[in-house]
Design a protein around this ligand. Structure first.
Ligand code: ADP
Ligand code: ZN
Length: 213
Protein backbone atom coordinates (compact mmCIF):
# COMPACT_ATOMS: atom_id res chain seq x y z
CA UNK A 1 0.00 0.00 0.00
CA UNK A 2 1.43 3.33 -1.07
CA UNK A 3 -0.64 6.13 0.32
CA UNK A 4 -0.44 9.92 0.37
CA UNK A 5 -2.28 11.76 3.13
CA UNK A 6 -3.07 15.37 2.48
CA UNK A 7 -5.09 18.07 4.17
CA UNK A 8 -4.75 21.57 5.55
CA UNK A 9 -2.23 22.17 8.35
CA UNK A 10 -3.80 20.73 11.48
CA UNK A 11 -6.34 18.61 9.58
CA UNK A 12 -5.06 15.58 11.45
CA UNK A 13 -2.79 14.02 8.85
CA UNK A 14 -0.15 12.98 11.35
CA UNK A 15 -2.63 11.45 13.78
CA UNK A 16 -4.41 9.45 11.09
CA UNK A 17 -1.21 8.41 9.41
CA UNK A 18 0.01 6.93 12.73
CA UNK A 19 -3.23 4.90 12.99
CA UNK A 20 -2.96 3.61 9.42
CA UNK A 21 0.71 2.83 9.90
CA UNK A 22 -0.13 0.69 12.93
CA UNK A 23 -3.08 -1.10 11.35
CA UNK A 24 -1.41 -1.80 8.00
CA UNK A 25 2.07 -2.25 9.38
CA UNK A 26 3.72 0.12 6.94
CA UNK A 27 6.00 3.05 7.82
CA UNK A 28 4.64 6.59 7.85
CA UNK A 29 6.95 9.37 6.84
CA UNK A 30 6.25 13.00 7.67
CA UNK A 31 8.36 15.59 5.90
CA UNK A 32 7.32 18.02 8.64
CA UNK A 33 8.75 15.69 11.33
CA UNK A 34 11.93 15.15 9.32
CA UNK A 35 12.38 18.90 8.87
CA UNK A 36 11.75 19.53 12.58
CA UNK A 37 14.35 16.90 13.42
CA UNK A 38 16.85 18.68 11.16
CA UNK A 39 15.99 22.01 12.83
CA UNK A 40 16.54 20.46 16.28
CA UNK A 41 19.88 19.01 15.24
CA UNK A 42 20.89 22.34 13.72
CA UNK A 43 22.02 20.81 10.42
CA UNK A 44 22.55 23.25 7.51
CA UNK A 45 19.32 21.96 5.99
CA UNK A 46 17.55 22.53 9.31
CA UNK A 47 18.78 26.10 9.53
CA UNK A 48 17.48 26.84 6.02
CA UNK A 49 14.20 25.04 6.66
CA UNK A 50 13.44 26.84 9.93
CA UNK A 51 13.21 30.29 8.35
CA UNK A 52 10.57 29.08 5.89
CA UNK A 53 8.63 27.06 8.44
CA UNK A 54 8.44 29.87 10.97
CA UNK A 55 7.18 32.19 8.23
CA UNK A 56 4.40 29.75 7.33
CA UNK A 57 5.95 29.08 3.93
CA UNK A 58 6.91 25.88 2.20
CA UNK A 59 10.50 24.77 2.36
CA UNK A 60 11.97 24.82 -1.20
CA UNK A 61 10.94 21.83 -3.33
CA UNK A 62 14.50 20.61 -3.96
CA UNK A 63 15.12 20.27 -0.21
CA UNK A 64 12.10 18.09 0.54
CA UNK A 65 12.40 16.15 -2.71
CA UNK A 66 15.94 15.26 -1.65
CA UNK A 67 14.84 13.96 1.76
CA UNK A 68 11.99 11.91 0.30
CA UNK A 69 14.21 10.37 -2.36
CA UNK A 70 16.63 9.12 0.28
CA UNK A 71 13.83 7.74 2.40
CA UNK A 72 11.93 5.94 -0.35
CA UNK A 73 15.06 4.21 -1.56
CA UNK A 74 15.58 2.63 1.88
CA UNK A 75 14.62 -1.01 2.60
CA UNK A 76 11.92 -0.20 5.13
CA UNK A 77 9.70 1.10 2.32
CA UNK A 78 9.60 -2.11 0.31
CA UNK A 79 6.15 -3.16 1.63
CA UNK A 80 4.59 0.21 1.10
CA UNK A 81 4.48 3.49 3.00
CA UNK A 82 2.40 6.48 3.92
CA UNK A 83 3.53 9.94 2.89
CA UNK A 84 2.31 12.58 5.33
CA UNK A 85 2.92 16.12 4.12
CA UNK A 86 4.51 15.20 0.80
CA UNK A 87 3.90 16.11 -1.96
CA UNK A 88 2.76 19.61 -1.10
CA UNK A 89 3.06 21.24 -4.52
CA UNK A 90 2.63 20.18 -8.16
CA UNK A 91 6.42 20.14 -8.78
CA UNK A 92 6.83 17.79 -5.77
CA UNK A 93 4.13 15.48 -7.16
CA UNK A 94 5.86 15.51 -10.54
CA UNK A 95 9.15 14.65 -8.84
CA UNK A 96 7.48 11.66 -7.17
CA UNK A 97 6.21 10.51 -10.58
CA UNK A 98 9.69 10.98 -12.01
CA UNK A 99 11.08 8.68 -9.28
CA UNK A 100 8.83 6.00 -10.74
CA UNK A 101 6.73 5.79 -7.57
CA UNK A 102 3.17 4.64 -8.32
CA UNK A 103 0.76 5.56 -5.54
CA UNK A 104 -2.34 3.47 -4.77
CA UNK A 105 -4.41 6.23 -3.24
CA UNK A 106 -4.38 9.84 -2.09
CA UNK A 107 -6.46 10.51 0.99
CA UNK A 108 -7.52 14.09 1.63
CA UNK A 109 -8.79 14.95 5.09
CA UNK A 110 -11.18 17.85 4.70
CA UNK A 111 -11.58 20.39 7.50
CA UNK A 112 -13.00 23.93 7.14
CA UNK A 113 -10.58 26.82 7.80
CA UNK A 114 -12.43 28.07 10.92
CA UNK A 115 -11.99 24.67 12.56
CA UNK A 116 -8.33 24.58 11.65
CA UNK A 117 -7.60 27.84 13.43
CA UNK A 118 -9.42 26.60 16.54
CA UNK A 119 -7.53 23.32 16.51
CA UNK A 120 -4.05 24.70 16.02
CA UNK A 121 -4.28 26.86 19.11
CA UNK A 122 -4.68 23.72 21.23
CA UNK A 123 -2.10 21.55 19.52
CA UNK A 124 0.75 20.11 21.62
CA UNK A 125 3.64 18.01 20.33
CA UNK A 126 5.79 15.51 22.21
CA UNK A 127 9.44 16.56 22.47
CA UNK A 128 10.46 12.90 22.66
CA UNK A 129 8.55 10.96 20.00
CA UNK A 130 6.71 13.66 18.02
CA UNK A 131 3.22 12.39 18.93
CA UNK A 132 0.53 15.02 18.52
CA UNK A 133 -2.14 15.98 21.09
CA UNK A 134 -4.86 18.58 21.49
CA UNK A 135 -5.74 20.09 24.84
CA UNK A 136 -9.48 19.61 24.17
CA UNK A 137 -9.91 16.99 21.46
CA UNK A 138 -7.09 14.57 22.19
CA UNK A 139 -5.65 15.43 25.60
CA UNK A 140 -2.79 13.46 27.11
CA UNK A 141 -3.61 11.60 30.36
CA UNK A 142 -1.34 13.94 32.36
CA UNK A 143 -1.09 17.63 31.41
CA UNK A 144 1.81 18.32 29.03
CA UNK A 145 3.21 14.78 29.34
CA UNK A 146 3.27 12.28 26.45
CA UNK A 147 1.19 9.09 27.01
CA UNK A 148 3.49 7.11 24.75
CA UNK A 149 6.96 8.03 26.01
CA UNK A 150 6.59 10.32 29.05
CA UNK A 151 8.49 13.25 27.51
CA UNK A 152 7.16 16.81 27.84
CA UNK A 153 4.84 18.39 25.29
CA UNK A 154 5.45 21.72 23.58
CA UNK A 155 3.74 24.18 21.24
CA UNK A 156 5.20 24.30 17.75
CA UNK A 157 6.76 27.65 16.75
CA UNK A 158 4.69 27.68 13.58
CA UNK A 159 1.38 27.19 15.41
CA UNK A 160 1.25 30.91 16.33
CA UNK A 161 -2.09 32.33 15.14
CA UNK A 162 -0.75 34.59 12.36
CA UNK A 163 1.52 31.85 11.04
CA UNK A 164 -1.43 29.46 10.93
CA UNK A 165 -3.29 31.87 8.64
CA UNK A 166 -0.26 32.05 6.33
CA UNK A 167 0.02 28.27 6.27
CA UNK A 168 -3.65 28.03 5.36
CA UNK A 169 -3.08 30.44 2.46
CA UNK A 170 -0.12 28.38 1.32
CA UNK A 171 -2.24 25.25 1.54
CA UNK A 172 -5.06 26.66 -0.57
CA UNK A 173 -2.74 28.25 -3.11
CA UNK A 174 -0.02 25.64 -3.57
CA UNK A 175 -1.09 22.30 -2.09
CA UNK A 176 -4.82 22.07 -2.73
CA UNK A 177 -4.35 21.99 -6.55
CA UNK A 178 -2.93 18.50 -5.96
CA UNK A 179 -6.49 17.31 -5.38
CA UNK A 180 -7.32 17.92 -9.05
CA UNK A 181 -3.95 16.48 -10.08
CA UNK A 182 -4.67 13.17 -8.29
CA UNK A 183 -8.41 13.15 -9.03
CA UNK A 184 -7.45 13.16 -12.72
CA UNK A 185 -5.43 10.00 -12.06
CA UNK A 186 -8.40 8.42 -10.28
CA UNK A 187 -6.54 8.27 -6.97
CA UNK A 188 -8.28 10.88 -4.82
CA UNK A 189 -10.38 9.86 -1.81
CA UNK A 190 -11.85 12.64 0.35
CA UNK A 191 -12.83 12.07 3.97
CA UNK A 192 -14.40 14.65 6.24
CA UNK A 193 -12.26 15.37 9.31
CA UNK A 194 -14.47 15.14 12.42
CA UNK A 195 -14.26 16.73 15.82
CA UNK A 196 -13.30 13.46 17.46
CA UNK A 197 -10.14 11.67 16.38
CA UNK A 198 -11.88 8.24 16.59
CA UNK A 199 -14.66 9.38 14.27
CA UNK A 200 -12.17 10.56 11.68
CA UNK A 201 -10.22 7.30 12.05
CA UNK A 202 -13.40 5.29 11.50
CA UNK A 203 -14.16 7.27 8.32
CA UNK A 204 -10.57 6.86 7.12
CA UNK A 205 -10.51 3.10 7.74
CA UNK A 206 -13.87 2.74 5.99
CA UNK A 207 -12.53 4.64 2.98
CA UNK A 208 -9.39 2.49 2.86
CA UNK A 209 -11.12 -0.86 3.41
CA UNK A 210 -11.34 -1.33 -0.36
CA UNK A 211 -7.54 -1.79 -0.37
CA UNK A 212 -7.46 -4.47 2.31
CA UNK A 213 -5.91 -7.71 1.12
P1 ADP B 1 1.22 20.94 8.95
O1 ADP B 1 0.73 20.03 7.91
O2 ADP B 1 0.41 20.87 10.19
O3 ADP B 1 1.47 22.31 8.46
P2 ADP B 1 3.84 19.69 8.89
O4 ADP B 1 4.52 19.17 10.09
O5 ADP B 1 3.40 18.72 7.87
O6 ADP B 1 2.61 20.48 9.48
O7 ADP B 1 4.73 20.81 8.19
C1 ADP B 1 5.26 21.90 8.89
C2 ADP B 1 6.03 22.82 7.95
O8 ADP B 1 7.13 22.09 7.36
C3 ADP B 1 5.25 23.35 6.76
O9 ADP B 1 4.51 24.49 7.08
C4 ADP B 1 6.39 23.63 5.75
O10 ADP B 1 7.06 24.82 6.04
C5 ADP B 1 7.34 22.49 6.01
N1 ADP B 1 7.07 21.34 5.12
C6 ADP B 1 6.63 20.10 5.48
N2 ADP B 1 6.49 19.30 4.41
C7 ADP B 1 6.84 20.05 3.32
C8 ADP B 1 6.88 19.82 1.92
N3 ADP B 1 6.53 18.63 1.39
N4 ADP B 1 7.29 20.83 1.11
C9 ADP B 1 7.65 22.02 1.62
N5 ADP B 1 7.62 22.31 2.92
C10 ADP B 1 7.22 21.35 3.78
ZN1 ZN C 1 6.20 10.95 23.17
Amino acid sequence: MKLIIMGAPGAGKGTQSAKISEKWNIPAVSTGDMLRAAVKEGTPMGVTAKSYMDAGQLVPDEVVIGIIKDYLSSDQCSNGFILDGFPRSIPQAEALDAMGVKMDAVLSIEVPDEKIVERMSGRRICSGCGASYHVLYNPPKATDVCDACGASLYIRDDDAAETVLKRLNTYHGTTEPLKDFYAAKGLLICVEGREKVEDTTAAVMQALSQFEA
